[in-house]
Design a protein around this ligand. Structure first.
Ligand code: NAG
Length: 143
């Protein structure tokens, strides 16, 4: 049993974080998302439909799509079963994320720290620690 999937990385696993920041590197226009469920629409994912981490959540019978940490539609109740901190265009080196003003990798880690503390507030220490230790942590980053 995997209680949650926690994701870090770049465009391969960004489900919409870049849409919430000031960068030109966004995917909020057609043809992105054209095959996303019925009546496809731009999903802020760099894909015609879902991305690999959506399918991973579905494979664990959690839910069909992973939420982006910065998307105001979602909160800690949603993130308790899966969350992505990924930002398209980022890399291991600060210089990579600087090119297109995206979220640097160290900042993804800061968001993760903030997430952990929100999760402890939501579930209590014991449950949150258990969840974090049993969750799948996934990193997909290429630059
Ligand atoms: C990247 O930037 C952060 C924040 O400015 C800094 O703390 C960190 O040391 C930098 N990393 C490297 C390898 O320069």
């Amino acid at each position: 049993m995997v209680p949650a999937v926690i994701v870090f990385g770049d465009s391969t696993v960004d489900p919409g974080n870049n849409n919430q920041i000031s960068t030109v590197l966004k995917s909020n226009f057609a043809p992105y998302g054209r095959d996303y469920f019925v009546g496809g629409q731009p999903t802020r994912r760099f894909s015609n439909g879902r991305i690999a981490t959506d399918f991973i959540l579905e494979a664990f019978r959690i839910k069909p799509v992973i939420p982006a940490y910065l998307d105001p539609k979602y909160d800690i109740r949603d993130f308790a079963t899966g969350v992505s901190f990924a930002s398209a265009g980022t890399g291991y080196d600060n210089a990579t994320s600087d090119v297109l003003s995206v979220i640097p990798f160290w900042k993804e880690m800061e968001y993760y720290r903030e997430y952990q503390s929100k999760l402890r507030g939501y579930l209590g220490n014991d449950k949150a620690n258990h969840l974090l230790s049993e969750s799948l942590h996934l990193l997909s980053i290429g630059s």
